[in-house]
Design a protein around this ligand. Structure first.
Ligand SMILES: [Cu+2]
Length: 352
């Protein structure tokens, strides 16, 4: 509300200044009131155009220097590398084209600014030139689109090849729960109508389905490195989105249906913590945290890197904090961890 009022006040002040300038102009009877731009006007505008070009390039360089460090680290999944490459190539092409065209636009406006006696050359058309600037974008865009479609088909291919691990991600306001399919690697049936809080059946699992008895419900996601994971994603209440930025993975969680995503993690948490890029990032964040600690503010404990599952749909007031820790570890570490977890069957037996 305050922001809106501030904007309205600023607009009104701008209108007032504009009107006052007009009144001032009208009162200057002797001054020239010609509507035709003079050499001085043209020169002024030409230099402004050139100054804007310098500003634009300055801003670009500033953003590169200041914000490159907030980009994500190297992709930690198999398909992530292809995704990153596609993104990089698209961005480099856009960057080159935009740098050239902005230069031509602004520099030519400056160079060929109007001057008395100077006449513009009338140049009707040039078939060869038009052919070149049509065919190059056609080839480049067709290449990018075909490559993009190919990558998309690869990434979204959901199948049971290569013995994938089946895990359910369950979203609710405002937390995540994960369910491993257990020894049979088949998730038991579930439905929000079967949720029974009194009996600790928080995911609405069908207690008569034998496939569900060995399922394991946890609040921390552990993934063995190099093993494909098939995620089946559900939501209890509203639209959420399962977002795992380090694995370049995101999929909507839609109430009433099961959505899917699949990837193979390639870098363990321990390895990622030793990545020079990551060490630099952690150092930067901990510097900020130390500053907070000095001021006695919250969230100031030293931070250690962990992969994370976030919600990427604004699903309510605590959306910002809807997250789950992901640990990518070796096969042995994973097997040890999963063996220590309780199955759904056992936890039900202990409640009753
Ligand atoms: Cu959410």
């Amino acid at each position: 509300m305050t922001a809106l009022l501030t904007i309205i006040v600023l607009i009104l002040v701008a209108i007032a200044i504009w009107q006052m300038t007009k009144m001032f102009e009208l009162s200057q009877i002797k001054a020239s009131n010609s509507q035709i731009a003079s050499d001085t006007d043209n020169k002024y505008n030409g230099y402004l155009m050139f100054a804007f070009l310098v500003f634009l390039y300055g801003l670009t360089i500033f953003c590169f220097v200041k914000y490159t460090k907030v980009l994500l680290p190297a992709a930690a999944s198999e398909h992530g590398e292809e995704w990153d490459l596609l993104m990089l190539v698209s961005m480099v092409i856009i960057f080159i084209v935009q740098t050239l065209t902005q230069f031509l636009l602004h520099y030519f406006a400056f160079l060929y600014r109007g001057e008395k006696g100077k006449k513009a050359l009338f140049y009707a058309d040039n078939d060869r030139l038009e052919f070149i600037w049509t065919i190059i974008p056609v080839i480049v865009l067709a290449g990018l689109i075909l490559w993009g479609l190919y990558a998309w088909t690869n990434i979204m291919d959901f199948n049971d090849e290569d013995d994938p691990l089946t895990i359910e991600l369950y979203a609710q306001q405002f937390n995540w729960t994960a369910r491993y399919a257990g020894n049979d690697n088949v998730l038991g049936e579930s439905n929000v109508r079967m949720i029974d809080i009194d009996n600790a059946n928080i995911l609405g699992m069908d207690t008569s389905d034998p496939n569900g008895m060995d399922d394991i419900i946890v609040k921390e996601l552990h993934l063995p490195v190099g093993r494909k994971v098939n995620f089946k994603i559900r939501s209890q209440d509203v639209l959420h989105s399962a977002y795992m930025p380090h694995f370049r993975a995101q999929m909507n969680c839609v109430p009433g249906m099961v959505t899917q995503f699949s990837f193979t993690p390639t870098i363990t948490t321990a390895e990622m913590r030793k990545d020079p890029d990551m060490i630099e990032k952690v150092r930067g964040i901990n510097k900020l945290r130390a500053e907070r600690a000095a001021k006695g503010e919250d969230n100031s404990d030293p931070w250690e890197f962990d992969y994370v599952l976030l919600c990427n749909k604004i699903c309510g007031k605590s959306h910002y904090n809807m997250q789950m820790k992901i640990i990518v570890e070796t096969e042995e570490e994973y097997n040890k961890w999963i063996a220590e977890q309780q199955t759904f069957g056992k936890s039900m037996a202990s409640v009753q």
